[in-house]
Design a binder for this molecule. Structure first.
Ligand SMILES: *Cc1c(COP(=O)(O)O)cnc(C)c1O
Length: 372
């Protein structure tokens, strides 16, 4: 039996709410379902304001505009991340100053950030890899001291916490993803979280093609027009309706994923104790939202062998990011610093199958193969 790497989980209510959205007669964005989803996040986690977007990449692009990035401004981003964490700022003209990961896990090494700050630095972008929190107290302290903004790339970090505070509510702005590979999905989809009130008005304008349409529909102004730059960042009501079905089932989805994650940990702990590989690291300040179950192998050769062994048994495990600082697009723009931890994760990290429909028999099978 084939074991996938990822399968999108459906709750069963998606089509029902999408049908409702269609027959509500309002198909474009910022309707009832959009408001319901945004309010869910604002009330459950305490964001000042949330805006649904068509992807996390879009939410990061909105954040880059809101941070007022101009050509030559510098933005500190971990090199071990998805392209969008850097790309969104590059589109506004930023120079990316790549930071290394920690030894203990792939998150940005907060203690190395201060040395990267120059008079041109404007933003720090912590990425909560695998939904596990970066050291946010340390990052916020550095940002405050140097008058920088913090944009959390919380694409993988839904319903996860740092010292009891929800991820995405700590930085000035944050971006979430509902791409079908994440815990809560809408196919393609994302959300901008706003925690600093001074960004709310401008964010709404940027969201709707540079117009003050949102204010107009709330009756706050009697006509709407072009006030700023922006784009069409909002998803249709059909997408928001799909997302609503998922949000309603969040506790069930998270519970199932955590159960699988814990089973993996228990099965593989003896092998990790033998030094075969390292298990995921959850620092004492962080929670686990079971977005991903990764292993860190001792070498590229060992990882290749592990992936091959699983593949021969029809099980798909995959590696993850290639270092952005040595990517085809950025290697000539990078300042030449070595980022050894990032390169190590690029060579040695492997992700095991993780999705709602997996069962404990599948995990036992994987555990037995890895023990061979
Ligand atoms: C998935 C992901 C993104 C991109 O999300 P999209 O919704 O596909 O744009 C950005 N950053 C990280 C860390 C991600 O995991």
């Amino acid at each position: 039996m084939h074991i996938h790497f990822n399968l999108p989980h459906l709750t069963g209510k998606e089509a029902h709410y999408m049908y409702q959205a269609v027959y509500n007669g309002k198909l474009s964005g910022n309707g009832e379902f959009t408001k319901r989803c945004q309010r869910f996040f604002e009330e459950k986690y305490g964001f000042k304001k949330c805006l649904l977007t068509t992807s996390c990449t879009d939410a990061l692009e909105m954040a880059a505009i809101l941070c007022d990035i101009h050509p030559g401004d510098e933005v500190i981003v971990p090199s071990y991340t998805f392209v969008s964490s850097a790309l969104a700022f590059v589109r506004q003209g930023a120079k990316i100053v790549f930071a290394d990961s920690m030894k203990r896990n792939p998150n940005i090494d907060a203690e190395q950030i201060e040395a990267l700050i120059t008079p041109r630095t404007k933003v720090i972008v912590p990425v909560h890899y695998a939904g596990v929190a970066c050291d946010m107290d340390c990052i916020m302290e550095i940002a405050e001291k140097h008058h920088l903004l913090v944009v959390e790339d919380a694409a993988q970090a839904i319903d996860s916490y740092y010292k009891g505070r929800p991820l995405g509510t700590i930085g000035h702005l944050s971006a979430f993803s509902f791409h079908e590979t994440k815990n809560i999905i809408s196919g393609e989809g994302g959300m901008l979280g706003i925690n600093d009130e001074r960004f709310i008005r401008r964010a709404e304008i940027i969201w709707e093609k540079g117009t003050n349409r949102a204010e107009f529909f709330r009756g706050e102004v009697n006509k709407y027009g072009w006030c700023d730059i922006g784009s069409s960042f909002l998803p249709s009501e059909v997408v928001a309706a799909f997302l609503w079905a998922q949000l309603e089932a969040m506790d069930d989805i998270q519970g199932k994923r955590k159960q699988l994650w814990n089973k993996y940990y228990e099965l593989l702990k003896p092998l990790a104790d033998q030094g075969r590989f390292r298990l995921p690291d959850i620092p004492e300040y962080a929670t686990n939202n079971a977005h991903m179950f990764y292993l860190v192998c001792n070498s590229l050769q060992e990882r290749t062998a592990l992936i091959k062994k699983l593949k021969e048994n029809d099980i798909l495990a995959v590696f993850h990011y290639l270092s952005l600082h040595s990517s085809e697009y950025y290697k000539d723009k990078h300042d030449g610093r070595e980022l050894p931890e990032c390169d190590r994760y690029a060579d040695c990290l492997v992700r095991l199958p993780m999705y709602y429909e997996l069962n404990e028999d599948d995990l036992e099978k994987i555990g037995k193969l890895l023990a061979l």
